[in-house]
Write a protein of this length. Structure first.
Length: 350
């Protein structure tokens, strides 16, 4: 195998059981002359400077021992970054991308707050540094989110009703708890959140489609030239009475949903703004967190057509596109990370 013509690209995954499933997706869309293999942190033989990896030989999956790859694409999703940092120190700086992908929401908020994007993020606070009652009286709608949460898990919605009751809900807008006295809300929330680190975010009154909440997920990835590009934009429609779009009823291309709510010019303007904002977000975050190759960014639209940044995902869910009827751009989702890895490998050769 000529490594100059066929660079080794390693895909780092969390568990051995994931190696074939993950590699199969990227191998199918590997349109560059790259040799791909997948491996886990426990597959790395540090003393020998070798890696036990899974790869495709003909039509069969085989486990072999490889040299360290020229580039590593990190598909592990956890807070432990020791393995990826050690790999980077071995194969060279700027050869491992997405080495941090399990983001801390408070950290991201502060990055964006100190940028040109501050007007697109809701006011956000650390839960142990604020008075919930005061925030409810000011904003009336709040979201409590785990700092390291994902897929909407553990998110509480707090809404101050006109009669003074506070509705606390999980996933659905129907209350799981009702607090009758705003003076008693702090101990209730303290008990629900426990010792976990949470952020408290101002709730935005978002626009809906036929009374159902929706978001817009933008997938930004680097291309063969190492430049950020928007791969796709989709919209997830939550189930009726649910605010959490991770539990969606249907998914469409974003333009399909927007054209049901806005004029052609308004729709095109929103899509253009989504592209510009998403690339700016990716560029801004990368400067603070290290080399990235892709991000999933969730937006909400308020009733004034303003875009709000709801969530940023360092390991975008790609299985959601399987639910998209007639989806045309599946190849790019998987080919772009390989193309970017190829770009980094070529760049290292000078």
């Amino acid at each position: 195998m000529n490594l100059r013509e066929c660079p080794l690209i390693g895909i780092l995954v969390t568990r051995k059981q994931s190696r074939k499933k993950v590699l199969k997706l990227y191998q199918h869309y590997n349109n560059k002359r790259c040799k791909l293999y997948s491996f886990t942190p426990t597959d790395i033989l540090w003393k020998e400077k070798r890696i036990i990896g899974l790869h495709l030989v003909g039509n069969k999956w085989k486990e072999s021992t490889f040299p360290f790859p020229m580039v590593v694409y990190n598909r592990c999703y956890n807070k432990k970054v020791e393995a990826i940092k050690s790999l980077e120190s071995t194969i060279g700086k700027s050869k491992c991308f997405n080495h941090i992908n399990h983001f801390n929401k408070w950290h991201l908020y502060n990055i964006l707050k100190n940028s040109n994007l501050d007007s697109n993020i809701p006011a956000t606070f650390l839960s142990n540094e604020v008075n919930i009652r005061e925030l409810l009286e000011k904003y009336r709608l709040l979201y409590c989110k785990p700092s390291y949460g994902h897929k909407g898990k553990g998110v509480y919605r707090l809404e101050l009703q006109k009669n003074g009751d506070i509705h606390i809900s999980l996933y659905s807008i129907l209350p799981a708890y009702i607090c009758r006295n705003i003076e008693e809300i702090q101990p209730v929330i303290d008990k629900l959140l426990g010792n976990s680190e949470y952020i408290i975010q101002r709730g935005i009154q978002l626009n809906k489609l036929n009374s159902q909440y929706f978001d817009i997920r933008v997938l930004v990835q680097k291309d063969i030239k190492g430049q950020w590009a928007v791969t796709n934009m989709v919209s997830r429609i939550a189930y009726d009475l649910y605010y959490n779009t991770s539990m969606y009823e249907t998914i469409y291309e974003a333009s399909e949903v927007l054209q049901k709510l806005y004029s052609l010019d308004e729709k095109n303007g929103i899509l253009e703004s989504l592209c510009e904002l998403s690339i700016e977000i990716a560029t801004t975050i990368e400067l603070q967190t290290g080399l990235l190759g892709e991000l999933g960014i969730d937006f909400g639209l308020d009733e004034e057509k303003k875009l709000w940044i709801i969530e940023i995902n360092g390991k975008p869910q790609k299985n959601i596109y399987q639910d998209l009827k007639g989806y045309r751009h599946k190849q790019l989702i998987y080919s772009r990370p390989v193309e970017y890895a190829y770009y980094l490998a070529q760049k290292s050769r000078g």
